[in-house]
Design a protein around this ligand. Structure first.
Ligand code: ACO
Length: 338
């Protein structure tokens, strides 16, 4: 029986044109470039145009990834979109990406996956399982967000953090043979969740918590925007990411010095620096985009990955550690040999 490993054979990304600098926010809110940059590392973020939806950003990133992989849209037999800001609550944004790519006639499965900032790592892991089981040859995995539509732009504690964008990868099933000692591909993925922290970080907009005054069910649970107790989230993020880095290294019988590149979720430069320190890594081996992208949630890891692949930092044979932490809480990692 043939066993398969999932290999990333192409990546792509898309950022909306509109840049929103901290100075512009400071003109509208009681904040400053100095406060935002020193606390988060963010200088600017991108904002989707009024007629751009998450599926548009996702499709643009997917097209780039397909081109990089030399794979035609109709060769894709699984589409996963990790997002917490879908076009609509249903249908899944992934089905709209499939349609916009023009490969709907192939009827390959397409669905969304919601693990907030850890969404891309979760989706990568799910796609890997499809490939390992032999039920899929080419998978398109996308992280795409329009968080600018989710935040409350009058709340300085959260709106300064987020941005819009999309990143994508194409995975290919490669038969595992004894011939190659260090074959490229996903070595392992590690996923965790703890739902007891919901009140530290949550968004709004679900159907189920909507008030229904007509039937006398007018609960007030569905408050607008993103609600976050940033300080407490920060501490939990650092702890969980330290643990997942250790878990990933132990699972692969590797040491900290074996990792060539850290591609972290881009929420806060201080969280990223803390994980790098845990790994004993200098910051020049860490891919950082938070200064220019802000927190693009599920899009942040594939956006950073694509940047480092395109500018030549990540080279064949390199060991790349991706990790993320987000609302839920959810957290996870993926170790990949490029
Ligand atoms: N401008 C100026 N002052 C501000 C701003 C602002 N934009 N926002 C908050 N402040 C004030 C606060 O009101 C507070 O004032 P006070 O001391 O008078 O009460 C003070 O600054 C300090 O606020 P803190 O919240 O303690 O600031 P902190 O240093 O913790 O930074 C931040 C806040 C950037 C949000 C940080 O806590 C953080 O990055 N947390 C983690 C975020 C994260 O990783 N989230 C997970 C992923 S997101 C997702 O899953 C959707």
């Amino acid at each position: 029986m043939t066993h398969y490993r999932a290999r990333i054979i192409g990546s792509g990304s898309y950022l909306p044109e509109r840049r929103l600098h901290n100075d512009e926010l400071a003109g509208r809110l009681d904040t400053s470039d100095e406060w935002i940059f020193s606390r988060t590392g963010i200088r600017e973020r991108r904002i989707a145009a009024a007629d751009q939806f998450t599926s548009d950003l996702a499709t643009a990133a997917a097209r780039q990834a397909l081109a990089a992989a030399s794979v035609a849209p109709d060769q894709i037999d699984l589409i996963l979109v990790a997002t917490s800001t879908p076009d609509l609550i249903f249908p899944a944004t992934a089905t709209q990406v499939q349609y916009k790519l023009g490969c709907h006639r192939g009827r390959a499965p397409a669905f969304d996956l919601q693990a907030v900032c850890t969404g891309f790592i979760y989706a990568l892991s799910v796609a890997e399982k499809f490939i390992q089981s032999g039920s899929c040859r080419h998978a398109l995995v996308i992280g795409a967000e329009t968080f600018s539509r989710a935040v409350d732009w009058t709340d300085r504690t959260t709106c300064i953090l987020f941005g819009d964008g999309a990143g994508a990868v194409v995975l290919r099933a490669e038969p595992i043979t004894a011939a190659h000692h260090h074959p490229p591909g996903i070595l392992s993925t590690h996923l965790h969740a703890d739902g007891s922290y919901i009140d530290l970080l949550k968004g709004s907009g679900g159907y189920s918590q909507r008030a229904m005054p007509v039937l006398g069910l007018d609960q007030e649970t569905n408050v607008a925007g993103v609600q976050m107790r940033g300080n407490e989230v920060f501490k939990q993020a650092v702890k969980a990411l330290d643990e997942i880095v250790d878990e990933t290294l132990v699972a692969n019988q590797l040491t900290r010095t074996d990792v060539d590149w850290l591609v972290p979720h881009q929420a806060n430069i201080r969280i990223i620096q803390s994980t790098a320190k845990r790994l004993g890594m200098e910051m020049d081996r860490v891919v950082v985009t938070v200064d220019r992208h802000g927190n693009t949630s599920a899009a942040s890891v594939p956006l950073a990955l694509d940047e480092a692949v395109r500018d030549g930092r990540i080279q064949p044979g390199h060991l790349v550690l991706m990790e993320a932490f987000g609302s839920g809480f959810t957290w996870g990692s993926a170790l990949v040999r490029w």
